[in-house]
Write a protein that binds this ligand. Structure first.
Ligand SMILES: Nc1nc2c(ncn2[C@@H]2O[C@H](COP(=O)(O)OP(=O)(O)OP(=O)(O)O)[C@@H](O)[C@H]2O)c(=O)[nH]1
Ligand SMILES: [Mg+2]
Length: 441
C-alpha cells in the first residue's frame, strides 16, 4: 500500500477541536509542507504549530507524528488537532490532497493496521463496537476484545483442535504398525471440552443485545401496590401519576436510565385487577404482555395483599412467568408494615430500600455472566455456530466415522477458526468488515 491517506477522524460538523489523520509514506512530508518546518519532528510528541496553505495561515494547531512501525496503522502517521470549523478542516484537507494524499475510505486506517499485522480481525471488529458503544459496559467489553481477549480464546480452541488433529494424523500414519494412540473415547472427551468452551463464548454473547437495547425491568402488582411511586423513586423524578385511587395507571409507562453503565428500561404498568372496567382491561392486557417479555420482573406487594396477588397470578396462569430467578418480590410501604428483614422491602415514599433494590437488579442483570460476556458480531457468531455443529456432529456419529474423515473434519474446523481471527479470512470478508467502519477510523 503505497498511497498516503487522510481523513477527518472526529465527528462531522462544528466542534471545539477536530482531528485530521494522515497515514502512509507521505505523512512526514505533509507535516513539513503544512507547518513549513524543515526538520523532522520527534515522534510521539505533540507540538503546537501554525499550519499553512502556501503563505496563508489556516490555523494554530497541535500536531503529532508517529513513526512507522510504532503507530496504529504501522505506517508513518501524522495527526493534526485543529479547531473544529469546517473551513479549517477543509482547508487542511485541501492542502493534503494538493500534496498527493488521497481521501481515506471508511475503516481504511484500521484495514492498514490489519494488513500490517497490528491488529487481527476480531480486534478490528472490537474497534467498531467501541466506537458505536452506547453505554459504558458495552465499551468496556469492546475494550477487552480490543486487547485481544477474544482472539486469545479462539487461539486456545484452535490449539486444542489442531493438537487433536495431529494426534489423529499420527495415529493414521502408524495404523499398520498397530500402535493405537487414540481411541474414540479420548476423541469425544477432547471434543466435548472444545464444544464446552464454544458454548460458553456464545452464551456470553446472548446478553449483548440486552446491553445494547436496555434491560426491561417491569413493575407489576395489584392496584395501589406502589408501582408508580417506585418508578418515580427509581428514575429520580415524577414520571408517573401517583394517587390513592386504585387503577391510577392505565397505560404502560417506560423510562430509560443508565445504572453502573447498564441501560435499563423501567416499565410501570396498570395494576392487576380481576374486575376491571373496559379501559383498565386494555391496560391489564398490556401489563400481562409485559410480564411475559420482561427480563426482570419486580412483583410489588403491599401490606396484606400477598394472598390476593398470588390469586391473580394463578387466575391468569402467570405462575411460570413470574417464578424463577428473574422475578424479585418486593414488599412495599415498609413504613406502614415492616417485614422480616430477609425479604426485599422498600418504602418508595420515604426512599428506604430503593438503593438496595437497584443493587439487586444490577446483580441479577449481569449475574455470573459478566466476566464471560463477549461482544460477538453476526459473522463471528455464525462461524462459532458452524464449528459447534461440526464438532457435535463428529461426537454424535463417532462410531460411523473413520479417523480419516474425523481428521478432515477437524482440518475444516481449524480453517473456520482461523477465519474467525482473520488469519485465514478471505479478502472479501476483510473488505466487508472494514467498509462498515466510519471514515477516519
Ligand atoms: N405509606 C406509603 N404509601 C405509599 C408508598 N408507596 C406508595 N404509597 C401510596 O400508595 C398509593 C398508591 O400508590 P401508586 O404508586 O399510585 O400505586 P400503583 O401501584 O401505581 O397503583 P395503580 O397505578 O393504581 O395500579 C398512593 O397513595 C401512594 O402515596 C410507601 O412506600 N409508603
Ligand atoms: Mg400506578
Amino acid at each position: 500500500m503505497n498511497s498516503t491517506i487522510a481523513a477527518i477522524a472526529t465527528a462531522q460538523g462544528r466542534s471545539a477541536i477536530a482531528i485530521i489523520r494522515i497515514s502512509g509514506p507521505k505523512a512526514l512530508g505533509a507535516y513539513k509542507a503544512l507547518t513549513k518546518k524543515t526538520t523532522s519532528p520527534a515522534p510521539n510528541q505533540i507540538k503546537v504549530a501554525w499550519v499553512y496553505d502556501e503563505d496563508q495561515k489556516i490555523d494554530h494547531a497541535m500536531v503529532v507524528y508517529f513513526k512507522s512501525p510504532n503507530s496504529f496503522t504501522g505506517e508513518d502517521i501524522v495527526e493534526i488537532h485543529c479547531h473544529g470549523s469546517k473551513v479549517v478542516q477543509q482547508g487542511i484537507l485541501g492542502v493534503l490532497f494538493e500534496y498527493g494524499i488521497v481521501p481515506a475510505k471508511p475503516g481504511e486506517f484500521s484495514e492498514r493496521a490489519y494488513y500490517n499485522g497490528k491488529i487481527d480481525v476480531t480486534q478490528a471488529e472490537a474497534i467498531m463496537e467501541l466506537v458505536s458503544s452506547e453505554n459504558s459496559q458495552l465499551a468496556r467489553l469492546a475494550t477487552r476484545q480490543l486487547a485481544g481477549e477474544f482472539s486469545k480464546k479462539i487461539k486456545g480452541i484452535l490449539g486444542d483442535v489442531t493438537k487433536l488433529g495431529a494426534t489423529i494424523a499420527a495415529n493414521l500414519d502408524f495404523a499398520e504398525e498397530d500402535l493405537p494412540t487414540i481411541n474414540n473415547k479420548e476423541i469425544i472427551s477432547s471434543l466435548s471440552a472444545v464444544i464446552g468452551k464454544i458454548s460458553t463464548i456464545k452464551a456470553g454473547s446472548e446478553m449483548l443485545p440486552k446491553l445494547r437495547e436496555g434491560i426491561n425491568v417491569v413493575l407489576v402488582g395489584l392496584p395501589n401496590a406502589g408501582k408508580s411511586t417506585l418508578l418515580n423513586a427509581l428514575v429520580g423524578f415524577d414520571r408517573s401519576i401517583v394517587s390513592a385511587q386504585a387503577g391510577t395507571t392505565r397505560d404502560t409507562i417506560n423510562e430509560a436510565i443508565e445504572i453502573d453503565g447498564f441501560s435499563y428500561q423501567f416499565i410501570d404498568t396498570a395494576g392487576l385487577n380481576s374486575s376491571p372496567d373496559s379501559i383498565e382491561k386494555i391496560g391489564i392486557k398490556k401489563s400481562i404482555a409485559n410480564i411475559k417479555s420482561a427480563d426482570i420482573i419486580l412483583l410489588l406487594i403491599e401490606p396484606g395483599k400477598e394472598l390476593a396477588t398470588k390469586k391473580f397470578i394463578e387466575l391468569n396462569n402467570l405462575q411460570s412467568f413470574i417464578k424463577g430467578p428473574r422475578t424479585i418480590k418486593v414488599f412495599t410501604k415498609s413504613d406502614i408494615d415492616a417485614k422480616n428483614p430477609k425479604v426485599v422491602q422498600i418504602s418508595a415514599l420515604k426512599k428506604v430500600g430503593v438503593k438496595t433494590l437497584l443493587d439487586k437488579i444490577a446483580k441479577l442483570s449481569v449475574g455470573q455472566a459478566q466476566t464471560s460476556l463477549q461482544v460477538l458480531t453476526q459473522r463471528q457468531l455464525g462461524i462459532l455456530s458452524r464449528v459447534e455443529l461440526a464438532l457435535t456432529g463428529i461426537v454424535g456419529n463417532i462410531n460411523h466415522l473413520s479417523l480419516d474423515i474425523i481428521s478432515a473434519e477437524l482440518a475444516g474446523v481449524a480453517g473456520e477458526l482461523n477465519e474467525l481471527t482473520g488469519a485465514d479470512a478471505n479478502k472479501q470478508i476483510i473488505d466487508s468488515i472494514f467498509r462498515n467502519f466510519c471514515i477516519g477510523k
